[in-house]
Design a protein around this ligand. Structure first.
Ligand SMILES: N[C@@H](CCC(=O)N[C@@H](CS)C(=O)NCC(=O)O)C(=O)O
Length: 219
C-alpha cells in the first residue's frame, strides 16, 4: 500500500495527482509545513515537517515523502517517476528513449524552473507581492523563466504533450512546476502554447480531484 506524507497544499499535490491518474489506492498522512505553524514543536501542534515521527520518515524534514510497501522516497518528482514506472501504462516511458526524455524534462523542470517558480510563490505567501521588495523578487525570478518558457513553447510547436505524443509523467511533473508561475500572466500571454498545454493537463479529472482536496484544506 502506498502512503503519501504531506498536505495537499504542498509539493505532495503532484504525488496525489499521480496516484489519482494511476487509480491506485493510497493512504494520505497530512503532514503540514512547520513554517506555517507558530510553534511546530508545541504539544498540541499538528503533525508537521519538524515532528520527530515525520523526521523518522524523511530526516530532511520536507514533504512529500512516500512509503510504498517499505520503500521510502523523498523527492516529489522522482516519486512520480517511480510510481509511473512501477505501474506502467501510458504515463510511463514506453522505451529507453522515452525514459531518457522524461528524465531530462523532469530534471530540467526541477533545476531550471522550480527554484524561480517557488520564489514567486513564496513572495505571494509572504504577502509582499505588491511591495517594492516583493516586486523586485518576482521580477528577478521572472527574468530567468523567460528562457524556460521559450524553450517549452518551441517544443510544443509540433506536439500537444512533452514526450511520446500522449500525456505522461513528464507532463504531470512539468505542469505542477509551471503551476507555481500562474500568477505571472504576462509569461503565459507571451507563450500561448505553454498556456494551452497547461490548461490541457489541468483539465484532466485526476488533476481536478486533487485540486478539490487541496481547496478543502485551510490556506
Ligand atoms: N525537492 C523537494 C522539495 C520539498 C520541499 O521543499 N517541500 C516543502 C513544502 S512544498 C517543505 O516541506 N517545507 C518545509 C517547511 O516549510 O516547513 C521535493 O520536490 O520533494
Amino acid at each position: 500500500m502506498l502512503t503519501i506524507y504531506g498536505v495537499y497544499r504542498s509539493r505532495a499535490s503532484r504525488n496525489y495527482w499521480m496516484a489519482n491518474e494511476l487509480g491506485i489506492p493510497f493512504r494520505s498522512v497530512p503532514v503540514i509545513q512547520a513554517r506555517r505553524l507558530a510553534d511546530p514543536l508545541a504539544e498540541d501542534a499538528p503533525l508537521n515537517t519538524r515532528s520527530p515521527s515525520f523526521l523518522a520518515v524523511n530526516p530532511m524534514g520536507l514533504i512529500p515523502a512516500v512509503d510504498d510497501d517499505g520503500l521510502i522516497l523523498t523527492e516529489s518528482l522522482a516519486n512520480n517517476l517511480y510510481l509511473a514506472r512501477k505501474h506502467g501504462g501510458p504515463f510511463a516511458p514506453a522505451d529507453l528513449t522515452e525514459d531518457g526524455l522524461i528524465g531530462n524534462w523532469t530534471m530540467w523542470a526541477a533545476t531550471q524552473v522550480e527554484p524561480h517558480a517557488v520564489n514567486i510563490v513564496l513572495a505571494y505567501d509572504d504577502g509582499i507581492e505588491n511591495t517594492p521588495e516583493g516586486r523586485e523578487r518576482i521580477a528577478g525570478s521572472v527574468q530567468p523563466l523567460k528562457k524556460a518558457f521559450a524553450v517549452l513553447e518551441a517544443h510544443l510547436e509540433t506536439r500537444e504533450y512533452v514526450v511520446g505524443g500522449r500525456f505522461t509523467v513528464a507532463d504531470l511533473n512539468l505542469a505542477e512546476v509551471f503551476r507555481y508561475t500562474m500568477s505571472q500572466t504576462a509569461l503565459f500571454d507571451a507563450h500561448p502554447r505553454v498556456r494551452a498545454w497547461l490548461a490541457r493537463c489541468q483539465s484532466r479529472p485526476a488533476f481536478k480531484a486533487m485540486m478539490e482536496e487541496r481547496l478543502r484544506e485551510p490556506e
